[in-house]
Design a protein around this ligand. Structure first.
Ligand code: EPZ
Length: 423
């Protein structure tokens, strides 16, 4: 398995181009199941999770091509409505196929996604929503078996604004004639991108201004050509890497308002920013970083996906900070690895208390999830000496060509595989 060798001590300088959003393109690729017409998606990042999703679409009977960031999905005979466990176990988001398959076939059998490093991650909100639309949901031998005589539009209130459940239910409702209303739905920018695609496909999907998502479904949906929105988690990650190395980096091709609260927090701790229409310039600074307390929350709150990279920045602040992870029950696996690099972090239930240190030192560490992996990569950039990061495949799930983008900014990150390369 690949590892990263990181030589610390190089400030990041220059500009970095942000890729299309992983968390928008995964559900949008799945939306291609709603139509037999050609479906073309641009700015699709070359990520492990994207390749897994394309394999899932192929396994379900679609013909898929992917080159130069464009995925083209066309019908290739009859679609299947069961998914092999092999693919689901690799990626929880494969469960998003449930909505489209249920809508098209009135039945679907999908392996229950297991938990993951972040915690149990049940799908009860998805299933309750499908039941409100008229489906029966049973779990048999680790599969979710969905079936419905007919599906009808409904008003669904989510007990928690789950991103995946919102997207799954939007896609299902897009093929149910009539008006489905989602209340307490997720408001992440990726939801807007999925809504735009479903609208271009012929369903009317809009926010009614009262915090409700209205989906006016149709009997049939058309193909679409769409360009994926910029990845706000990648852009936030590079802003944090620039700030942690006290570098001078222009993060380009992003949507600054999608990083709203992060920009406020960065300025509050003393990182100077120049915020443009489609870029954020993280400027150099030599004043001490101020500590800060943050709490993760559904959008527009502090993104849970940026909690780990943020924690790395706070390990270098001048004083005591706090991170309260309120979305996932187990998202501090990067903390003990940062402690091995000299950070001072104490975690207790959902709160991590970070006491800033002068500097970090390189060490041999292991990534446990994609954002925690990037947090360790950031720490390696700031640390003195060499850092070796194992299980880089986690980082490859959510960051396109990370070492290429970082080395173009002056970092020294080498990817190698100890089983293959005699490094
Ligand atoms: C999406 O996951 C993202 N993944 C995650 O990004 C992101 O961290 C998460 O939203 C929150 O923003 C994709 O979009 C592919 P949720 P999702 O349903 O949809 C609980 C990354 O780093 N829950 O909003 O799975 C759940 O256990 C990844 O790119 C239920 O209890 O997240 C969690 O505690 C990691 N029942 C919380 O809600 C349900 O039916 C938020 O989950 C569904 C969720």
């Amino acid at each position: 398995m690949d590892r990263f060798l990181v030589e610390g001590g190089h400030k990041l300088k220059g500009s970095v181009q942000i890729s299309g959003s992983k968390n928008a393109c995964l559900p949008i690729l799945v939306a291609s199941l709603l139509t037999d017409e050609p479906f073309i998606l641009h700015r699709v990042p070359n990520l492990r999770d994207v390749r897994t999703t394309l394999k899932i679409l192929t396994a379900l009977g679609k013909k898929v091509t992917y080159e130069n960031g464009t995925a083209t999905i066309v019908a290739d005979g009859q679609l299947k409505n069961t998914l092999p466990y092999e693919l689901v176990k690799q990626m929880r988001a494969s469960f998003w196929v449930a909505g489209p398959l249920l809508a098209r076939f009135k039945s679907a059998t999908i392996p229950l996604p297991g938990g993951c490093a972040l915690g149990a991650r049940p799908v009860d909100i998805h299933l309750k929503g499908f039941e409100r639309l008229g489906a029966t949901c049973a779990t048999e031998q680790g599969n979710v078996v969905l079936s419905a005589q007919t599906l009808q539009p409904a008003k669904i209130t989510l007990r928690f604004p789950s991103v995946g459940a919102t997207q799954n239910l939007m896609m299902c409702a897009a093929l149910i004639v009539g008006e489905t209303v989602l209340e307490n739905m997720a408001k992440e920018p990726e939801i807007d991108d999925v809504a735009a695609v479903l609208t271009h496909m012929g369903a009317e999907v809009f926010n009614d201004g009262k915090g409700r998502l209205v989906i006016r479904g149709q009997k049939q949906l058309h193909g679409v050509e769409h360009t994926v929105v910029a990845d706000r988690i990648e852009s936030g990650s590079y802003m944090l890497a620039a700030a942690a190395t006290r570098g001078d980096v222009r993060v380009e091709g992003c949507v600054p308002e999608h990083n709203g609260i992060l920009l406020e927090c960065l300025q509050e701790v003393g990182v100077p920013l120049e915020i443009g229409k489609d870029y954020v310039h993280v400027k150099p600074y030599d004043t001490p970083l101020k500590p800060l307390r943050i709490k993760t929350a559904p959008y527009p709150g502090f993104a849970t996906d940026l909690q780990a990279p943020w924690m790395t920045l706070m390990t270098l602040a001048n004083g005591a900070s706090e991170v309260d992870e309120d979305i996932f029950e187990n998202r501090f696996m990067h903390a003990p690895e940062l402690v091995r690099m000299g950070a001072d972090i104490v975690t207790e239930k959902s709160v991590a208390r970070i006491t800033g240190v002068k500097s970090l030192s390189g060490a041999h560490v292991m990534a446990s999830d994609l954002r925690g992996g990037f947090a360790l990569l950031m720490a390696g950039l700031c640390a003195s000496g060499m850092t070796e990061i194992e299980r880089v495949y986690h980082i490859d799930r959510g960051y396109e060509n990370p070492e290429g983008k970082l080395n173009a900014l002056g970092a020294k990150v080498t990817r190698y595989n100890p089983d293959k390369d005699d490094f």
